[in-house]
Design a protein around this ligand. Structure first.
Ligand code: UDP
Length: 466
């Protein structure tokens, strides 16, 4: 009988996809992999993509199964940040997780519970069932180092990061990070989301290990758990070929800039307008994923609600109404607008793409590296501002000025888009990216660092160790 590894991702395509990629690494080592998701997803515009992804993955891999926990009623929570509501959702889902894990372990021994770092509260469940627990960290090594250090910083600083402006925060081994660029839901220390994150970072060292793309971490005042460095994990999603790939086939090498902002990124109608004018001015070839502007989601209001209602997929965007009059006709020769969702990982690997305007979600960054594409950083939510600081520091991205105020002007879009595809800077970055791409390939090859880390974990679990 196969032993089972249980994965517990945070809701949202970015987290789900990379966790499933992790699981696939272990399928080839004789484990069955069960993925347990809470009852809601936050994947705007992509709820159906999530379902399609799950259906296809489970039919492609007989030993990969998906299980959804029952929905729970969320208590009132005044935080404007969806993470605070997610923390409630995860806490209240623990009893359901406990009973599902208990029933799964009756049919096959559960060798480890691997939880997304957001779901660290599930370590309580693993402890109760005496199952080894691991945290899967879906962002960069630098961010992991900063997060593990944050409880120590929290106890020293008494002011909210939002009130510290540009003051540099110091984390061991990292360049200084301006306080205003900290994780968005952590800017206000009185917010429930801030408290939730500090609780997570405090708890992370209690896991039996962290699976990440990182090494050599220090946790002030605590023993750091072993860090198993896998990846980079990027996924080509098994889908029908998208029209935009046919369009890219017809474009010259590295001539197209791709604009796409993660599974949640959406702009106001005014900002969409401004981007459109900028793209038109730039005279560059572009492929742009456009979403409907965000609507306030009723169930995220302070009153709380059923967790299942957290999924409010916005309607498909009405391009003619959202974009400047005649834009689609005028740019039709050299640009393509895709509604809501494009097969990003494939797009970024396509030779016609030379630049990427990105929200700096970590999967997107890894996919850009694997594709050897230069980036323009337009961080929107979560830890993306911190990622931007690192990417700019490493010379892999330039910043889209004006992102902080949420009002990027058309001429800035035009300048950046032109620079990333045509400019000297763009060419240099693609050169640096090529070296990183080769390093990524080497890590994933037989005997590379990722394969070694996977083999180590497999031997630990097969020997029944932690
Ligand atoms: N993605 C995609 N098409 C889209 C938008 C997103 O395929 O139109 C994928 C993207 O390739 C990446 C994931 O969704 O794998 C987004 O993850 P990331 O960590 O970049 O951002 P998040 O969505 O977590 O903010």
């Amino acid at each position: 009988m196969k032993e089972t590894l249980v994965l517990y991702p945070f809701p949202g395509m970015g987290h789900l996809v990379s966790m499933v990629e992790l699981g696939k690494l272990f399928l080839t080592h004789g484990f069955a992999v069960a993925v347990i998701t809470v009852s809601a997803t936050y994947t705007t515009g992509a709820a159906s993509s999530t379902e399609t992804f799950i259906t296809r993955m489970s039919s492609a891999h007989p030993f990969l199964s998906f299980h959804r926990l029952p929905s729970v009623s969320l208590p009132p929570n005044a935080s404007p940040h969806h993470e605070a509501h997610a923390f409630d959702l995860l806490r209240l889902s623990n009893p359901h997780l406990l009973s599902l894990l208990s029933s799964l372990s009756q049919s096959s021994p559960v060798r480890a519970l691997i939880v997304d770092f957001f779901c660290t509260i599930a370590l309580d469940v693993a402890a109760e069932l005496a199952i080894p627990s691991y945290i899967f960290f879906t962002s960069s090594a630098a961010i992991l180092a900063a997060f593990l250090h944050l409880p120590a910083l929290h106890s020293k600083v008494t002011t909210s990061f939002k009130d510290l402006g540009d003051s540099p925060l110091h984390f061991p081994g990292l360049p200084p990070i301006p306080a205003r660029d900290m994780l968005l839901p952590m800017l206000d220390r009185d917010d429930e989301a801030y408290k939730g994150f500090i609780a997570i970072f405090n708890r992370m060292p209690d896991a039996d290990g962290i699976i990440a793309i990182a090494g050599g971490l220090a946790v002030p005042g605590k023993k750091a758990p072993p860090v198993h460095c896998v990846g980079p994990l990027t996924a080509i999603q098994p889908k029908l070929r998208h029209d935009c790939l046919d369009w890219l086939d017809k474009q010259p090498k590295q001539s197209v800039v791709f604009l796409c902002f993660g599974s949640l990124g959406a702009f106001s109608a005014k900002q969409l307008h401004e981007i459109a004018i900028g793209l038109e001015k730039s005279q560059q070839k572009f492929l742009w994923v456009v979403r409907s502007p965000p609507n306030p989601v009723p169930s995220l209001a302070p009153g709380g609600g059923e967790s299942a209602k957290l999924t409010e997929a916005p309607p498909e965007p009405e391009l003619e109404a959202l974009l400047p009059e005649g834009f689609l006709d005028r740019t039709g020769e050299r640009g393509m607008v895709v509604k809501s969702w494009a097969p990003q990982a494939e797009v970024l690997r396509h030779g016609a793409v030379g630049g990427f305007v990105t929200h700096c979600g970590w999967n997107s960054v890894l996919e850009a590296i694997v594709g050897g594409v230069a980036m323009v950083a337009w961080p929107l939510y979560a830890e993306q501002r911190m990622n931007k600081v690192m990417l700019v520091e490493m010379g892999l991205a330039v910043e889209m000025r004006g992102y902080e105020s949420g009002a990027v002007e058309a001429r800035e879009v035009a300048e950046r888009v032109k620079g990333v595809v045509e400019g000297e800077w763009g060419r240099e970055v693609r050169g640096r990216m090529e070296l990183l791409r080769l390093a990524a390939e080497a890590a994933l090859a037989d005997g590379g660092s990722s394969s070694v880390a996977v083999n180590d974990l497999v031997s630990i679990w097969k020997a029944g160790r932690r």
